[in-house]
Design a protein around this ligand. Structure first.
Ligand code: PKZ
Length: 205
C-alpha cells in the first residue's frame, strides 16, 4: 500500500507554507459544505458549481499520484475531529488544562444538524470519544476506545458556543477510564464515560 509518506518531502520552509495553505483549503471546503446546505435546491447556479468543483478536483488529482490509501503518521492536523487540515473535522481545538483535564470550544453549523436546529447525536458521540481519549492518551503510544457510553440530557443547539471537558477517571494497567461533558449555557447537554485500552505490544498478541 502506498502512503503519503512515500512521496519526497518538501524543504522545511516550503512545508510550513504548504501546511498553512492546506489549512486555508480546509477552511474554504468547510465553507462550501456549509453553503451547499443553505442554497435553494432550484438555484441554477448549482449546475455551474458542480462544473467548477469538478474542475477543481481534476486540478488536484492530476499532479497527485494516485497513492493515498492511508496516512501512516497523520498527526493531529489530519484527524477527523480536531484536524485543521481535514475539511471533515469541525474542527474542535483541544487545550490541556493545568489540572490534567482537556477542554475544547466548538460551535456547530448546519452540516452537523440531526433533529431540526440541533446537533446530530452521532457527532456529539464522536466529539466525546475524541476529547475523552485526548484526556487519557499516554505519551508512550496509541490508545483505542474499547467502550463509550453517551448520555443525551438535552438537545445540543446549533450556532451556539459549546464547551467540552474531559478528564481521566481511573487507570488500571493498560485500561484507562475517562469521563466528560458537553456543556451549553452552563448546563450539561451530553455526558460520557469511556474505557480506553493501550493495545498489547504486537509480539504479545
Ligand atoms: C490538548 C491535548 C492534545 C492531545 C493531542 C491530541 C490527541 C487526540 C487524541 C485523539 C485520539 C483519537 C481517538 C480515536 C479513538 C478511536 O477511534 S480508536 C478506534 C475504535 N476502537 C477500536 O477500533 C478498538 C478495537 N478493539 C481493539 O483493537 C482491541 O479489542 C483493544 C481495545 C485494543 C483491546 O485489545 P487487547 O489489547 O488485545 O486487549 P486484551 O488484552 O484482550 O484485554 C485487556 C483488558 O481489557 C479488557 N477489554 C478489552 N476489550 C474490551 C472492551 N471492548 N470492553 C471492555 N473491556 C475490554 C479485557 O477484558 C482485559 O481486561 P483485564 O482482564 O486485564 O481486566
Amino acid at each position: 500500500m502506498t502512503t503519503v509518506e512515500d512521496r519526497p518531502l518538501p524543504a522545511p520552509e516550503a512545508e510550513l507554507e504548504y501546511a498553512a495553505a492546506l489549512e486555508r483549503d480546509a477552511v474554504q471546503l468547510r465553507r462550501i459544505v456549509d453553503l451547499l446546505q443553505r442554497v435553494d435546491v432550484d438555484d441554477p447556479l448549482l449546475l455551474d458549481v458542480a462544473e467548477e468543483l469538478d474542475a477543481l478536483s481534476e486540478h488536484l488529482e492530476n499532479p497527485v499520484e494516485t497513492v493515498t490509501e492511508t496516512i501512516r503518521n497523520p498527526g493531529w492536523r489530519h484527524d477527523p475531529v480536531s484536524g485543521v487540515e481535514n475539511a471533515i473535522a469541525p474542527p474542535i481545538i483541544l487545550e490541556s488544562q493545568p489540572d490534567g483535564s482537556v477542554t475544547a470550544g466548538v460551535e456547530f453549523g448546519l452540516p452537523y444538524q440531526g433533529p431540526n436546529s440541533f446537533v446530530h447525536g452521532g457527532i456529539s458521540a464522536m466529539v466525546m470519544d475524541h476529547v475523552l481519549s485526548a484526556a487519557t492518551t499516554p505519551k508512550d503510544g496509541p490508545i483505542f476506545t474499547a467502550q463509550l457510553t453517551v448520555r443525551y440530557h438535552r438537545p445540543l443547539p446549533l450556532f451556539v458556543p459549546l464547551t467540552v471537558v474531559a478528564r481521566l477517571k481511573e487507570r488500571e494497567g493498560r485500561k484507562i477510564w475517562a469521563t466528560g461533558e458537553i456543556v451549553v449555557d452552563g448546563k450539561i447537554a451530553v455526558s460520557a464515560e469511556g474505557l480506553f485500552i493501550q493495545p498489547r505490544p504486537k509480539a504479545a498478541r
